[in-house]
Design a protein around this ligand. Structure first.
Ligand code: MN
Ligand code: MN
Length: 320
């Protein structure tokens, strides 16, 4: 159940209208890394998490709801940045009150130019934020990644939070308004907080690498192909031990020769790894059993309900 509280989560303020920046800020309203994407991504991910991981359901719904609160803050800020332009331009420009206030042709043209930076505000959305990015591209569900494997979803969310954070960082460079900067800094910081929540949640699910159930073929999990000529770089991504499986990276300097010599990789033998095909099969079976049991145990077969109303204590006279 959603319950709307009239006050914003953060006391968003604007010094003066700035339709140009309002237009840029749409990126975080209806853009690929914006607040609506984040809110709906965590919202849809929460459903399959509910029974096997009630703790993660709780976290995903809390963060989804906070993202809706951010969406509200961004929308409110855009509206404040539009200032009187949103209403006035719906009238015939020359007759509007604000036009009378602007003395001279130049001031008027400058005003129209500013207001029309994103004509969508005025033509399509009736003077408020619409579900588009800053370029007017309509929001799409294709921005949302959710696939029902919680470890995959949590990793997607860490990437999403990183992108959201950096968009705010860029946006902050395009406004001098101290109030707007203050709001953007809050929103940016919350994405830093969320990143860590998702990372911490991922750490509580073990094993979480590789994602899913099936283990990788030990012949191929530690091979690095040098796929270009010229100077090559070495680092922990292609020398020493791999970070999660702890296998020794095998650097293939001549991938074409290697592919031919190994009969298209079929004859490649596992090198630098303690894992064998037998281990892999055993692990696949154990993990598959563990994961499906976890879901079977947690999902009732009859008399299914989502909520348990009596579990929640409600003090009489308390509103929330
Ligand atoms: Mn957010
Ligand atoms: Mn976030």
């Amino acid at each position: 159940m959603f319950y709307h509280v009239k006050e914003l989560q953060f006391n968003a303020r604007v010094s003066k209208p700035d339709p140009k920046f309002a237009s840029m800020l749409l990126e975080q309203f209806g853009g690929a890394n914006g607040e609506l994407k984040a809110a709906l991504q965590y919202f849809v991910q929460a459903f399959p998490a509910k029974m096997p991981h009630p703790d993660k359901y709780d976290m995903l719904m809390d963060i989804a709801t906070e993202e809706f609160s951010h969406l509200e803050i961004v929308g409110a800020t855009i509206q404040m940045l539009l200032g009187p332009t949103s209403g006035e331009l719906k009238d015939q420009a020359d007759q509007s009150e604000i036009m009378d206030l602007l003395k001279g042709k130049e001031a008027k043209e400058e005003f129209i130019h500013k207001a029309m930076v994103n004509p969508q505000f005025f033509d399509l959305n009736g003077g408020g934020p619409g579900l588009t990015d800053s370029q007017g591209n309509p929001w799409t569900a294709a921005y949302v990644t959710a696939n029902g494997d919680l470890t995959v979803d949590l990793r997607s969310n860490m990437a999403a939070e990183s992108r959201a954070k950096i968009v705010y960082e860029y946006l902050m460079q395009f406004t001098d308004d101290p109030y707007v900067k203050e709001t953007l800094r809050f929103l940016m910081t919350r994405e830093i907080a969320h990143y860590q929540m998702f990372e911490a949640a991922l750490e509580t699910i073990k094993p979480n690498f590789p994602p899913g159930v099936l283990q990788g073929d030990p012949r191929y999990s530690n091979t690095y192909f040098n796929m270009s000529s010229g100077e090559s770089y070495r680092g922990p991504w292609n020398e020493g031990k791999s970070p999660f499986l702890g296998e020794t990276w095998q650097y293939v300097d001549d991938p074409i020769g290697h592919v031919i010599q190994t009969n298209g990789m079929l004859d490649q033998r596992p090198i630098g790894t303690p894992r064998t095909q037998d281990d892999v099969e055993k692990q696949n079976k154990e993990l598959g059993k563990m994961r499906s049991e976890k879901i079977r145990e947690s999902v009732p077969k009859a008399d299914i309900h989502w909520s348990n109303y009596s579990s929640r204590d409600r003090e009489p006279g308390r509103n929330l």
